[in-house]
Design a protein around this ligand. Structure first.
Ligand code: RP5
Length: 302
């Protein structure tokens, strides 16, 4: 996967970045004029950096514990190198960790239904609803301000816990703290029992640099009947200004979300719609066999 969102003349907050030629992203491409700009958010170089960030002295970092998303090389200064190539910026930028920064992304889906509870189809393909948030930081601009309600893995968490916690914080923002604990537990059980991993790997995130980058695991939980997810009272919280059900259908010409999130919605759509259409097809075939036996002709309707 080549990155497109972490290149260009400006980094986050308009910090200048070396404007890389898009055909020269790969490390193996000769680029003698490459002159990346070094940037570390001021809080990281403070004598007491935030607890979630790496210390200034990197000699104590156990790099082999950061290999879950793949191996990476090191530059001549001993810093990890972005496996997807150049970005025009060295240092950690605004990311707390050198090398991979791990996140988790919930992709909660159900079908869009009409007032009679029937799934809505356009051109014989069902319309999917997924939970999205509007990022308070504006995301990567325009429609890229909408995102899955994901977030960083906290110390000691497994990614399924992160996904449950982030969903409850960002998309169910008005829960009381007692309800929150219970909700996170139920969501975690739901993710473990019915979740399907859609993606695990590098994220094309605007915050990536040559030495620090985002990785994530995206898990889809699909409520086929909609009976459970219909009861969600969505409201933005934490880093989310708003939370909402958003539509996806393959006929959408322009479908953009933060970072690489749109790709995962498309992938989840392929999986859940093919499950749905194959079950419809099986039902139709069973019906056709019975009616065929009785000497009737049947046409398939949606
Ligand atoms: C993206 O950034 C991930 O896919 C995840 O959605 C998000 C995590 O960062 P924050 O939302 O915590 O800023 O790369």
């Amino acid at each position: 996967m080549t990155h497109t969102k972490c290149i260009g003349p400006n980094y986050v907050d308009n910090t200048p970045r070396f404007n890389i030629e898009p055909t020269r992203i790969e490390w193996t491409t000769f680029y003698p004029t490459y002159a990346p700009i070094e940037y570390n958010a001021p809080c990281f170089t403070h004598p007491i950096p935030p607890s979630w960030a790496d210390p200034i002295d990197i000699s104590a970092i156990q790099w082999n514990k950061r290999n879950e998303y793949g191996l990476f090389n090191f530059d001549s200064r001993g810093y990890p190198m972005n496996p997807n190539g150049r970005t025009g910026m060295t240092g950690r930028g605004v990311l707390g960790k050198w090398g991979p920064n791990s996140a988790g992304d919930p992709l909660f889906t159900m079908w869009k239904r009409d007032n009679n509870g029937e799934i809505i189809y356009i051109d014989n393909l069902p319309v999917l609803l997924f939970v999205a948030i509007e990022r308070s930081d504006g995301g990567d601009g325009g429609e890229g301000k909408y995102a899955l309600p994901g977030g960083m893995v906290d110390a000691g968490e497994v990614v399924t816990q992160t996904i449950a916690r982030e969903f409850s914080e960002e998309a169910l923002g008005t829960l009381s703290s007692d309800d929150k604990v219970e909700t996170i537990e139920s969501l975690h059980k739901l993710i473990n029992s019915s979740g399907r991993q859609i993606y695990k790997g590098y994220v094309d995130d605007r915050r990536n640099t040559d030495n620090a980058w985002m990785v994530t695991t995206c898990i889809n939980v699909h409520d086929e009947s909609g009976n459970i997810f219909n009861q969600f009272k969505l409201s933005g919280g934490s880093d989310a200004a708003r939370a909402m059900w958003m539509e996806y259908h393959p006929s959408l010409q322009y479908f953009k979300l933060y970072a690489s999130h749109a790709n995962w919605v498309k992938k989840a759509y392929e999986l859940v719609s093919s499950d749905l259409l194959s079950s419809k097809f099986n039902t139709f075939n069973q019906l056709k066999n019975v009616l065929g036996y009785l000497g009737c002709a049947v046409n398939q309707h949606n």
